[in-house]
Design a protein around this ligand. Structure first.
Ligand SMILES: CC(C)(COP(=O)(O)OP(=O)(O)OC[C@H]1O[C@@H](n2cnc3c(N)ncnc32)[C@H](O)[C@@H]1OP(=O)(O)O)[C@@H](O)C(=O)NCCC(=O)NCCS
Length: 174
C-alpha cells in the first residue's frame, strides 16, 4: 500500500471501508451533516447504497466507500456509487466526500478523491458526477483541481435557515 501523509506530515491511511467500520463511518458522516453547512441533509441515516458499502446488505452494482484514517480514527470518507436506477447509465457514478472539521485543509480530501478516481478508472467507469453548494469553495476547488468541470447550476435549490443556496453540478470523464 502507498504510504500517504497529510500536508503537515501526519501518516494517513486511505482504504476501503469494512463492516466493522460501519458505526464510526456513520458517526463521521453524521458529524459533517450536523454542521448544516455543506451537506444536503442535517442528519445521516444510511440509505440502501450506503448499507451496501458498509457491508450491511449484499452489494448490487459497483460501489466504493473509501475511508481516511489519521491518528487512529476515521476522519473522512469518499463514496462512489455507480448509477443503478437507469440501465442506460451504468457507466456513470456519483461521488460524495467529507472530512471532519479538525482534519480539513491538510490534503486528506485530495488523497481520498485521487484514490476514488483511480478505482473508478480501474472499474472501467466512464464518468463521475458530483454536486456541491455554490458557496462551498473548498469542495469546488477540490473537485475542479481533480479535473471536474462545472456543468450546471440549480438556482436557489436549497434554503438553509432562510438563506438560499444554488447547487452546482460537476462531472469528470475518466
Ligand atoms: C471539501 C473537503 C472534502 C475538502 O477536503 P480537505 O481535506 O479539507 O481539502 P484539501 O486539503 O485536500 O484541499 C482541497 C482543495 O481545497 C483548497 N482549499 C483548502 N482550503 C481552502 C479554503 N479555505 N478555501 C478554498 N479552498 C481551499 C485546496 O487548495 C485544494 O485545492 P487545490 O487542489 O486546487 O490545491 C473538506 O473540506 C470537507 O469535508 N468539507 C466539509 C464537507 C464538504 O464540504 N463536503 C463536500 C460536499 S460537496
Amino acid at each position: 500500500m502507498e504510504r500517504l501523509f497529510t500536508s503537515d506530515g501526519r501518516p494517513l491511511v486511505v482504504r476501503p471501508a469494512t463492516p466493522p467500520d460501519a458505526p464510526q463511518v456513520i458517526a463521521t458522516v453524521d458529524a459533517v451533516c450536523r454542521e448544516r453547512r455543506y451537506m444536503m441533509t442535517d442528519r445521516f441515516t444510511p440509505g440502501p447504497d450506503w448499507q451496501e458499502v458498509l457491508g450491511l446488505v449484499p452489494p448490487s452494482g459497483w460501489k466504493l466507500l473509501l475511508i481516511a484514517e489519521c491518528e487512529g480514527r476515521i476522519v473522512g470518507w469518499c463514496r462512489v456509487f455507480a448509477e443503478t436506477v437507469s440501465p442506460f447509465a451504468r457507466h456513470v457514478a456519483d461521488v460524495g466526500i467529507g472530512v471532519i472539521r479538525p482534519y480539513r485543509e491538510i490534503g486528506i480530501g485530495t488523497h481520498l478523491l485521487r484514490q476514488a478516481i483511480r478505482s473508478a478508472k480501474k472499474a472501467r467507469l466512464e464518468k463521475l458526477t458530483a454536486t456541491a453548494f455554490a458557496t462551498n469553495e473548498r469542495a469546488l476547488n477540490l473537485f475542479i483541481g481533480r479535473g471536474f468541470k462545472v456543468t450546471g447550476r440549480r438556482y436557489r435549490q436549497f434554503n438553509l435557515d432562510g438563506r438560499y443556496i444554488d447547487e452546482l453540478m460537476l462531472e469528470r470523464f475518466l
